[in-house]
Design a protein around this ligand. Structure first.
Ligand SMILES: Cc1cc2nc3c(=O)[nH]c(=O)nc-3n(C[C@H](O)[C@H](O)[C@H](O)COP(=O)(O)O)c2cc1C
Length: 266
């Protein structure tokens, strides 16, 4: 007599069906997430560019809430600089040149020597993107991207100098991971305002900008180069000092700014 065919138990059927439904749902969800990432990518890129432009306009003193950011940005002239020679490079389109991308390419970047890498930059592109503001055809501000390690994170910002390549016009930080209420003082308008009019270099050409511990006293002979630190957040301030030391130094924008101070490179 043939054995009776055993039907799968109701329990087994439910498990198979549940797994199948879970598989289909996860497939549908993952393809939805993947397509959203692809579809939204151009918008994310556009937003990142817009944000960068807004920050540059802000540090240039040209951000006007009533004016469209892209329209206002037409006043900004991006230029590519060869950091070794300090000269402008005209064989690269500033609109498409991406220093972060170049920093990942061994051909287009250099390792920062350990003994001068106080800002923990690691590698940097050989060429940098700077931004000029002109008034009546003459350069009135020079905006330099700067970055360096604070207490917890790499801080990214822009330092704006006046046309002399020495006097600070403003500073801004648009990305960092310092602690809210402590290290994030670097983004506060009340602290930024302390930078205005400070000098980047002493008469011998040494970069001197420094965030000190505590307040700059009236009788501080180096008051022109010193900015108040914030109590309880000295380590972030030290990071900003080191960032200035590196980027204003010989391996950073030093050669470019010296050329500006000699009246060239504009
Ligand atoms: C949870 C936590 C987060 C902190 N975040 C920061 C920070 O973002 N930046 C900073 O400079 N110090 C921060 N500190 C304080 C530093 O450890 C250090 O004490 C301080 O920078 C020293 O500054 P002071 O000499 O002015 O007190 C933090 C401390 C704690 C416990």
């Amino acid at each position: 007599m043939p054995e009776p065919v055993q039907k799968p138990s109701g329990n087994k059927e439910t498990v198979v069906r549940t797994l199948l439904v879970a598989l289909v749902v996860s497939l549908v969800c993952s393809s939805l997430v993947a397509s959203a990432a692809v579809v939204l990518k151009p918008r994310q890129v556009a937003n990142a560019i817009l944000d960068m432009r807004r920050n540059i306009l802000e540090v240039a003193g040209l951000l006007d809430p009533d004016v469209d950011v892209d329209a206002a940005f037409a006043r900004i002239e991006p230029r590519v600089v060869d950091l070794e020679t300090g000269a402008y490079v005209d064989d690269l389109d500033p609109e498409t040149f991406d220093p972060a991308d170049a920093a990942k390419d061994p051909e287009r970047s250099v390792e920062v020597p350990a003994d001068i890498d106080v800002a923990r930059v690691g590698r940097r592109a050989k060429r940098a993107l700077v931004y000029l503001v002109r008034e009546n055809g003459e350069v009135s501000k020079i905006i330099l991207p700067v970055s360096g390690y604070g207490l917890w994170s790499t801080m990214y910002g822009f330092l704006a100098l006046e046309a002399d390549g020495n006097t600070v016009a403003d500073i801004t930080f648009y990305a960092h991971g310092e602690t809210p209420g402590l290290g994030d003082f670097i983004t506060k308008p009340a602290w930024r305002v302390l930078w205005r009019g400070k000098r980047a270099f002493d008469p011998s050409g040494e970069p001197r900008l420094q965030v000190i511990k505590g307040r700059v006293s009236e009788d501080d002979p180096l008051a022109d180069y010193h900015v108040d630190g914030v109590s309880g957040a000295t380590l972030t301030g030290n990071g900003v000092t080191k960032m200035m030391q590196y980027w204003l130094g010989e391996h950073g924008y030093g050669p470019y700014l010296q050329s500006i101070q000699r009246g060239g490179s504009t």
